[in-house]
Design a protein around this ligand. Structure first.
Ligand code: PFF
Length: 447
């Protein structure tokens, strides 16, 4: 099968574009706020650097050597007597589940670009009223912007790796870095910065419950785009002689840096203007707009730029969440790219409407199962369960099922003396840690 190739910088930006997303700028700050700050950040950082990095290289290797879609690469690389490993390819379905809420949130962001351009809410109470009114009662607005998100994502993916995905990332990612970097620098000049720093880096272990531990690990996988074949699928379009180790280091570093910068910037603004960090998913939509209002003229400019940056981050990730399934339909069933994009797009669009409705007052009761509504279930199930599980499968596949010589040939000379360290963490540290997460999950879900 012929797959279009990324340019070198195109791959790095596309993979970084996949990683840097709503997970960094929307989820990370509010999860840190909800889970008590420092200890949560530390678990997330340690997981990203020690486990996420190891699994990222494994996922890249599967795509790079397999040169096929998510499922096909597993089949091609598994030694012949181990063909049940082809079920590893099932993980690409996780992407569909993620997109059901991801697209809805991108829709909220579009709406907030308009809010920032027209009238920011003047107080936190106003902002809360506005957000809740949109979330619980305004189905039309949410549906309109969810539709827009679906159309943009589907259109870009239908244009393919080179003129769709690579081009999008080449334009949006540098802009995103400039906006977040600029706003962060401004934040460092404010007094609230010291408090924000303390909140994010002083670990209070008493606040770390087993649920927040699981969430921190899940967040590391979610934010690095690991465990569902996004990085794998992009890596199938790498040039022949690529340095996977170098690429992974850059991607993990960029992703972590953007999460920390966004978190510090947000908490600085919140502390500076006396708003509440433990707001939950509404954090960037409630506290932040009111804070921007307080800042006056500069705040208005910041608000527009911030929501634009957030939209960019969301779109560059969304295309990577959809691409594995699109690639699968193309290579497995001979679909044309346009048709494949449309089919996958329609599925997440329609199921996304259920997620959207599950937050509204009229339908929430009908769409709540146990402790969570449909929207929250999709988030929890994908980030905390399916992505770590997918990561575990990939770590075991590259660490135990594939022949070591083959793995060494792909990354050995780029790792130099550290190859064995990485191979060890892939075989022992990552699986054990992910297994502990699974055990914790069973406790939380009372299985
Ligand atoms: N990494 C993205 C974010 O932080 O928003 C989300 C994501 C993208 C998750 C791609 C999984 C994935 F395969």
């Amino acid at each position: 099968m012929k797959i279009a190739r990324f340019s070198r910088i195109g791959f790095i930006l596309a993979a970084a574009g996949s990683a840097v997303g709503l997970g960094n700028i929307w989820k990370f700050p509010y999860m840190t706020g909800e889970n008590g700050g420092g200890a949560f950040v530390l678990v997330y950082l340690v997981t990203s650097i020690f486990i996420g990095f190891a699994v990222m290289i494994a996922e890249m290797i599967i795509g790079y050597l397999g040169r096929s879609d998510g499922a096909g690469s597993f089949e091609l690389l598994a030694p012949s007597h181990k063909e049940r490993w082809r079920f590893g390819g099932l993980m690409i379905i996780t992407g569909l589940l993620i997109m059901t809420f991801y697209s809805v949130v991108i829709g909220w962001i579009f709406h907030y670009i308009v809010v920032a351009l027209t009238q920011l809410p003047a107080t936190v109470a106003d902002a809360e009223r506005h957000f809740m009114a949109m979330l619980q009662d305004d189905i039309t607005t949410q549906l309109m912007y969810h539709t827009l998100a679906f159309l943009i994502v589907t259109w870009i993916v239908s244009r393919g790796i080179k003129s769709g995905i690579e081009k999008l990332n080449l334009i949006l990612m540098p802009l995103l870095f400039i906006i977040v970097g600029g706003m962060f620098l401004y934040a460092t000049t404010l007094e609230g910065f010291t408090q924000a720093w303390a909140f994010m880096f002083n670990a209070d272990w008493s606040k770390l419950t087993s649920e927040s531990f699981v969430k921190a690990v899940g967040q590391a996988f979610f934010t690095l785009s690991l465990g569902m074949g996004a990085i794998l699928t992009y890596s199938a379009s790498l040039e022949k002689k690529s340095n996977l180790v170098y690429s992974s280091i850059i991607i993990v570093a960029l992703d972590t840096a953007i999460a920390l910068l966004a978190g510090l910037m947000l908490f600085t603004f919140l502390y500076q203007y006396g708003a509440e960090p433990a707001q939950g998913p509404g954090l960037v939509f409630i506290s932040l707009p009111a804070v921007f209002y307080e800042m006056g003229m500069l705040g208005n400019v910041f608000a527009v730029l911030f929501f634009i940056a957030l939209a960019f981050a969301g779109l560059t990730s969304a295309v990577s969440i959809v691409e594995p399934m699109v690639q699968f339909l193309i290579s497995r069933y001979g679909f044309g790219r346009f048709k494949a994009s449309l089919v996958i797009g329609m599925v997440f669009y329609l199921v996304g409407i259920i997620a959207l409705l599950s937050n509204t007052s009229v339908y929430s009761e009908m769409l709540t199962f146990g402790s969570k509504n449909f929207f929250d279930w999709m988030d929890f199930l994908t980030a905390s369960v399916l992505l770590p599980l997918g990561g575990l499968v990939m770590a075991v596949f590259v660490g135990y099922v594939m022949e070591k010589e083959r793995v060494f040939a792909a990354v050995g000379h780029h790792f130099g003396p550290f190859f064995e360290v990485w191979y060890f963490s892939l075989r022992y540290i990552a699986p054990v840690a992910l297994f502990v997460v699974m055990l914790n999950l069973m406790g939380i879900l009372k299985l």
